[in-house]
Design a protein around this ligand. Structure first.
Ligand SMILES: Cc1ncc(COP(=O)(O)O)c(C=O)c1O
Length: 484
């Protein structure tokens, strides 16, 4: 069969080559005209300062000129983007298929007539759900709650966990009068003391509920009231390379699991759910092995605690699988999997057991947005057609191997190369050096993100290929040498 990219893809003798077609119309490489931030960004920052806090801004971008893996800034600098809108750009900038979908009458209708999806969904909503969310549903989770962002997805999942927990405790009976009246005063038994456990260095969002489980940086949490009885359990700190530290890492994971099980058994407040990231993104790209997650699943199952896997950052292909937790081979599926970022649409997958007992208990006005489901559907089709998950696996493995070689050449500046798929990271000696080195990378044409206290994280698109990896690696090594 001929593909859009000609007959090459269907010839068996070429199957050993990477099958991913190039991103249509992409730039050949970075092109830098000024330092970043350049004069136009500085001028726009000054203007925005009168209207909005500009202090977190990196640069202003020109989204009409940005294509594929390249972002163009206000000063017309063309940069290879490995940070991709805080890890939320799966397909690259201005993909023609997405632009075409966005110009379609059905997309325009959905933009103009934004429905309250919980009340009056459009007639094509069941088909759209089937062709988008359900097409990539994690094994065992056949229901979806659609939400507005990663934090909302997580908070809605917490609510589902609490409601399912109390429903079980009540033995399926209706609410008592006392429960209904006490909850209006934020008092027990209607507002019960129940906890969600999270892990040291975790990041799950910045709203009131999610801030109580976020443990990455004090600056996110300070001054905000929290659920102080929601416990924190240690997350493993692994040694690298993994294959040389199997015994030490196993011991470290067993240590963390022992503390976890102790909290589960003895915490003064019942734990209704735990939330865990497959790789702790914001907190420093901290990993654990499948052994750790399998044990978490066994322990939560044993104690009737919901296991919520937060795939907001890891989900939608970055691991080389749709969902990073697929790599764990869990004995039974997690109870809920939350998503946002790269999927563009937000929400959580769950089973019928965690559907609330009555309507309106987990609800909001928009409950997501059909245009994000259109976008998701189109992106899934692109990923499948262009074999992007395999591209992530191949390019990711190449990139990791090359980063390990750079690490060998510059052991005082690069350490702990880690990650799966193209969700990769490494450590630097300290925050000052990291800041200098990343600024140098940007001035040389690569936009790179950081996380944790000293880590650098790579979050490229699923279209990031070997040629992009080579450009990135050359610039990275040059920047390391210049900053030594
Ligand atoms: C793992 C994880 N969960 C939740 C969130 C919160 O998502 P949002 O910023 O869309 O609220 C983030 C954001 O970075 C995240 O990385």
């Amino acid at each position: 069969m001929l593909s859009r990219f000609g007959p090459l893809r269907s010839l068996p003798s070429f199957r050993f080559l990477a099958l991913t077609p190039p991103f249509p119309g992409e730039y050949d490489g970075p092109k830098m005209l000024t330092k970043v931030p350049g004069p136009k960004t500085l001028e726009l920052s000054k203007r925005i300062d009168g209207l909005q806090d500009p202090r977190a801004l990196h640069f202003f971008a020109n989204y009409s000129k940005s294509i594929g893996n390249y972002i163009v800034d206000a000063d017309d600098n063309v940069m290879l983007d490995t940070f991709c809108q805080i890890s939320s750009l799966a397909i690259g900038y201005n993909h023609p298929d997405l632009l075409k979908a966005a110009m379609s009458p059905e997309f325009a209708q959905a933009v103009m007539n934004r429905p309250a999806l919980g009340l009056m969904p459009p007639t094509d909503w069941p088909d759209l759900m089937q062709d988008s969310f359900l097409q990539i549903a994690p094994r065992g989770l056949s229901h979806v709650f659609t939400a507005m962002c990663g934090s909302c997805a997580n908070e809605s999942a917490f609510k589902a966990a609490f409601m399912a927990y109390r429903h079980r405790e009540r033995g399926g009976k209706p609410f008592s009068e006392e429960e209904l009246s006490s909850c209006m005063h934020n008092k027990e038994p209607g507002s019960p003391k129940l906890a969600i456990l999270s892990f040291e260095k975790a990041f799950h969002g910045r709203l009131f509920g999610t801030l109580s489980v976020t443990r990455s940086k004090p600056i996110h949490k300070v001054d905000i009231p929290s659920f102080d009885y929601w416990p924190m359990s240690p997350f493993p700190h692994l040694m690298y390379p993994l294959e040389d530290h199997i015994d030490e890492n196993r011991k470290e994971e067993e240590r963390c699991l022992a503390v976890f099980e102790d909290i589960v058994q003895h915490h003064p407040v019942p734990i209704a759910g735990i939330i865990v990231e497959p790789i702790q993104g914001e907190g420093g790209d901290n990993e654990a092995t499948p052994f750790f997650f399998k044990r978490l699943r066994e322990i939560t199952k044993k104690h009737g605690i919901a296991m919520i896997v937060d795939e907001v950052q890891t989900g939608f292909g970055a691991s080389g699988t749709w969902w990073a937790h697929e790599l764990w081979d869990l004995p039974s599926p997690p109870d809920m999997v939350t998503f946002s970022k790269k999927a563009q649409a937000s929400g959580f997958y769950h089973t019928l057991e965690t559907r609330p007992s009555e309507a309106y208990r987990n609800f909001n006005t928009w409950m997501g947005d059909p245009i994000r489901a259109f976008q998701l559907r189109t992106m899934i089709n692109i990923v499948k057609r262009d074999d992007l998950l395999n591209n992530v696996k191949e390019t990711g493995a190449y990139l990791k191997k090359k980063l390990e070689e750079i690490q060998k050449r510059h052991p005082d500046h690069i350490s702990r190369v880690r990650g799966v798929g193209n969700f990769l990271a490494f450590d630097t000696p300290n925050v000052e050096w990291r800041t200098k080195m990343l600024a140098m990378c940007r001035d040389m044409g690569v936009n790179v993100g950081y996380c944790g206290s000293v880590s650098v994280r790579l979050r490229p698109t699923l279209y990031f290929m070997r040629k992009h990896a080579d450009i990135f690696l050359t610039i990275l090594e040059d920047a390391i040498k210049k900053c030594k």
